[in-house]
Design a protein around this ligand. Structure first.
Ligand code: UT7
Length: 346
């Protein structure tokens, strides 16, 4: 009997900008403190992309180039590129298109997915469907330059967010590795608590929208917090039950990094110890679509072929969900001789 095709992650790349904004510097910008941020959110530092005319694609390009390099992949072989982001370089073309161009990926079709903090999960699910239906190499990116939409005069949102990008390569497996199940949800009613009102077709940029601060993130922390705690855990538990997984079967929970208290509550409800929970919020903050691939990037060396991972996220939309993934290789991939052409900085 023909074995079913699943979409295995066969490599991971990542990038965070050099500039580090720590809690001390932030405390000089808004009325906050290291103690408050560490207790309520669990963030010490976030990386910020500086420079005029440099957007999310700058980070995505670097993550994808590292990915192509590590996996020894010829960019010409890539068939699909999907980028999850809420901070595209511009309304169009898509950021995936710009990243592909700069990475020498000329034979793929490329598009963006907008699902805020759940963006990478939605994009990974979509990428897996292309592999299952016959594509051989698909790249899925999560990338956000959150500093471009954060109001650094607002203490309720400015400590939370950072910039970064992560990317994975998907290839077919007939041995049962890769994306095995996903449970994804959207509820547009949640938009009221978390959104950015200006800059789209409803409220294009004007003096008025700028004056009203509509080009910044608007978040009502508490309702979002409550929904995140319940929905992320519900979805993760649903995926565990459907696949008859107990907490002993799971090597790692890979949670969206929005707030350490949300992550701890989700892990507790899944019966997982802190050691089984990927965590890098203290260094990067909430990088929106990039948090989950950046976790995989940071923990790659500790992962082994056959490890069961549950990825879970909640974010703007509302959007949320969980995904069950069986890891396909052991440890860090060695850097290979890059097939990627040199980066033209122009
Ligand atoms: O990734 C997308 C999805 N987003 C999330 O998952 C975020 C979910 N929400 C949260 O993580 C939390 O609600 C926040 C981190 C945003 C806020 O934490 P909180 O524990 O819910 O605080 P709060 O908004 O209830 O504020 C408590 C107090 C208030 O003061 P009073 O009214 O009690 O005197 C705030 O004014 O803390 C004050 N406060 C601050 N104090 C110092 C709010 N922000 C700060 C700050 N520094 N940065």
């Amino acid at each position: 009997m023909k074995k079913p095709i699943t979409a295995a992650i066969t490599g991971v790349g990542g990038y965070v900008p050099d500039y580090i904004l720590d809690n001390e510097e932030l405390s000089r910008m808004v009325d906050t403190s290291d103690e408050w941020i560490m207790t309520r959110i669990g963030i010490k530092t976030r990386h910020i992309l500086k420079g005029d005319g440099i957007g999310t694609s700058y980070m995505g390009i670097r993550a994808v180039r590292e990915l192509l390099d590590k996996t020894g992949t010829d960019p010409a072989e890539i068939e699909v590129v999907i980028c999850a982001t809420v901070t595209p370089d511009m309304s169009f073309p898509s950021t995936a298109n710009l990243i592909s161009y700069k990475c020498g990926i000329m034979n793929a079709f490329a598009f963006d997915i907008s699902a805020a903090c759940s963006g990478f999960l939605f994009a990974l699910h979509t990428g897996a469907r292309y592999i299952e239906s016959g594509s051989k190499k698909v790249i899925v990116i999560g990338a956000d330059k959150m500093s471009s939409i954060v109001n650094y005069k607002d203490r309720s949102t400015s400590p939370i967010f950072g910039d970064g990008a992560g990317a994975v390569l998907l290839e077919p497996s007939t041995d049962g590795y890769g994306v095995l199940d996903s449970d994804l949800h959207s509820d547009g009613g949640g938009f009221i608590h978390l959104h950015m009102k200006g800059g789209g077709s409803a409220y294009p940029a004007s003096k008025e929208t700028i004056k009203k601060g509509w080009h910044y993130i608007y978040q009502e922390g508490q309702p979002v917090f409550k929904a995140a705690v319940s929905k992320m855990a519900e979805s993760a538990q649903e995926v565990m039950e459907r696949n008859e997984l107990t907490s002993d079967d799971i090597r790692y929970l890979v949670p969206h990094q929005a707030n350490k208290r949300i992550i701890d509550a989700t892990a507790r409800r899944m019966g997982l110890s802190a050691a089984k929970c990927m965590l890098n919020i203290q260094r990067y903050g909430n990088t929106t679509a990039a948090t989950i691939p950046l976790c995989l990037w940071d923990y790659e060396s500790r992962l082994k072929r056959g490890d069961n991972l549950i990825l879970a996220a909640f974010g703007g939309g509302y959007t949320w969900g969980a995904l069950y993934l069986k890891w396909a290789y052991d440890g860090n991939l060695p850097t290979q001789c890059p097939a990627v052409p040199a980066l033209d900085e122009e």
